[in-house]
Ligand binder design. Structure first.
Ligand code: SF4
Length: 293
């Protein structure tokens, strides 16, 4: 057993990142995926990937970039894999107890959704404009974490959609507060009224956004596939659920963007000049000459 959290007080962003050493390869088995999304083959949920080794490590990990397997490179389970393997199922390897295998894979999918919510709620606690609703945020974080410690049968019965909706109500409040502050700063700096330009769910595939002022914008669920955001200041921009595949973030400033995930950054193109939020890291492949660029 590892240094995994076992109380309501030890949620930290470190526990919300994948720890493959403590996981029974769940993401490479439980999920369905397709070759067209940057995975090695088309595969159904519950079937192990052809490249998964008996020790639950990826047999081609070192060459994922060279093979163009962008789906594998971008994926992040938010620490759900180790939680399900070591806590929900108490370290019992699904290969040694095949009866529990299917339940474990289904629980993993539910846990990923809960851990993603924990990720966003943890971030809200670090945002100064959200301090006015800190009590509500802490309480929702604790409630969500408590759910992650339910027994597998209870997790399988959980109405995750209803819980996601209740968390989203709070995340929207935080988004309003953060974006309001960012837009106000923008007005003071430019001396002009903010121009409403693009917003939630926008289709910006392949668009050159370098000349747009996107500070404080609502880009929830936006399609930013192959969009050019190089050198853009994205302070206070809400990116929850935005699709960043092949977006150009070279030299962009995302240090004060909100609701970004490591998977989104992993899917994008960046470089050493790209500023990322404090809880995230520049992906290694941004610095690699043999990577997926
Ligand atoms: S190629 Fe490797 S990382 Fe990708 S799904 Fe298969 S085992 Fe997992």
């Amino acid at each position: 057993m590892s240094n995994l959290p076992n109380s309501l007080n030890d949620v930290s962003s470190d526990n919300l990142r994948a720890n493959c050493d403590e996981c029974f390869g769940l993401c490479c088995i439980a999920l369905s995926f397709s070759a067209s999304e940057g995975f090695p083959t088309d595969k159904k949920a519950g079937e192990p990937c052809i490249n998964l080794k008996s020790n639950y490590r990826c047999g081609i990990h070192e060459s994922l970039g060279k093979r163009g397997l962008k789906g594998c490179i971008a994926f992040e389970c938010f620490g759900a894999g180790q939680k399900v393997s070591q806590i929900s199922f108490d370290g019992q390897d699904w290969r040694k107890s095949p009866d529990s295998a299917n339940r474990m894979f289904k629980v993993f999918i539910i846990m990923m959704k809960l851990h993603e919510l924990l990720w966003y709620l943890t971030e809200t606690l670090t945002l100064p404009p959200a301090q006015s609703i800190l009590g509500e945020l802490r309480s929702k974080l604790e409630e969500t974490e408590r759910l992650t410690y339910l027994k597998p049968d209870s997790l399988l019965e959980l109405d995750v959609g209803a819980h996601q909706a209740s968390v989203n109500t709070l995340l929207l409040k935080v988004s309003e507060l953060v974006r309001y502050e960012a837009r106000n700063k923008q007005k003071v700096r430019s001396g002009q009224k903010t121009r409403k330009t693009i917003g939630r769910g926008a289709d910006l595939i392949g668009t050159d956004l370098r000349k747009m002022d996107l500070r404080g914008a609502n880009l929830r669920g936006a399609y930013l596939i192959a969009a050019d955001l190089s050198g853009v200041d994205l302070g206070g921009t809400d990116f929850i659920g935005a699709d960043f595949r092949d977006a150009n973030l070279r030299g962009a400033d995302l240090s004060k963007s909100i609701f970004l995930t490591q998977a989104q950054l992993n899917a994008a193109k960046g470089d050493s000049r790209t500023k990322v939020p404090p809880l995230l890291k520049q992906p290694a492949h941004w610095h690699s000459t043999n990577g997926i660029h």
